[in-house]
Write a protein that binds this ligand. Structure first.
Ligand SMILES: [Zn+2]
Length: 259
């Protein structure tokens, strides 16, 4: 335990907010067993350089190498379950406190936990697009067969190669989603960052934008970040430990009893 004062302070801020949003990153899903594939030591760096193999250039040059790289990650994402932090954010949305979840994660765990308004800045593994005809294919038609066989997935219509709808290194972010996220950052009065080290654009930029527009910042991340000094509340702990406690206190402040 620990951080009782900070947890209470975060709950007070959220309970009195008008439009709170959450911003989540890789640290939000590591308690669900999904490695941070951008971080050294995740195990996914030992064989290949993701900056090369998981870039759009690498995908075009050598799709087999890309798919070999993403195969264990895809398997983990298919099997992963939302953790207590995902469930806490979904609950905070259900009771009307959190209005949107902005996430860098592609694993769909916020949606699996029941979050409704999820802005996926780096896309998601939910579907794939044919690189030849543009047809969109749901993930159920892609991942289970691919994970089982390791064979490249092709479009059922034209036999073009499928590319998962995730943002690879060297690719632009989906513009509509980015604009919505920037709009949320500007209109929110509280932004709670959970499990992001705020090192990758646009996660690094969205909290600054929120603060410039008068929002308060709550930061829950295991490691210190560059934004710690700008935040009203900073908690260096596991999101799966802290977020359920914050959500419980918000509910109690709002007089909501758990079913
Ligand atoms: Zn096609």
């Amino acid at each position: 335990m620990g951080f009782e004062d900070e947890i209470q302070q975060a709950a007070n801020i959220l309970a009195s907010s008008q439009h709170a949003v959450a911003l989540t990153g890789a640290g939000h899903s590591t308690p669900s067993g999904i490695p941070d594939f951008r971080s050294p030591g995740s195990g996914l760096w030992t064989q290949v350089d993701p900056m090369e193999v998981a870039s759009i250039y690498g995908f075009r040059r050598n799709p087999q190498a890309f798919y070999d790289w993403i195969r264990p990650l895809a398997k983990q994402m298919m099997e992963a379950q939302p953790n207590a932090a995902h469930i806490a954010l979904a609950e905070l949305e259900r009771i009307g406190v959190i209005k949107a979840v902005l996430t860098q994660n592609i694993d769909e765990l916020h949606r699996k936990a029941g979050s409704q308004r999820v802005l996926e800045l780096h896309g998601s593994v939910r579907q794939a697009t044919c690189t030849r005809c543009g047809r969109q294919v749901p993930s159920a038609d892609l991942w289970p067969a691919f994970v089982a066989s390791g064979e490249l997935p092709y479009c059922p219509a034209c036999h073009g190669l499928l590319k998962p709808d995730v943002v690879l290194f060297g690719e632009l972010l989906p513009m509509g989603v980015l604009l919505e996220a920037q709009d949320e950052a500007e209109r929110c009065d509280v932004m709670m960052v959970a499990g992001s080290s705020l090192e990758v654009y646009p996660a690094a930029e969205l909290p600054r934008r929120a603060i410039q527009h008068g929002a308060k910042l709550i930061l829950v991340n295991y490691q210190p970040t560059d934004m710690d000094a700008c935040a009203t509340v900073v908690i260096h702990e596991d999101v799966a430990v802290i977020l359920p406690q914050i959500a419980a206190k918000v509910k109690s402040l709002k007089g909501i009893t758990s079913p």
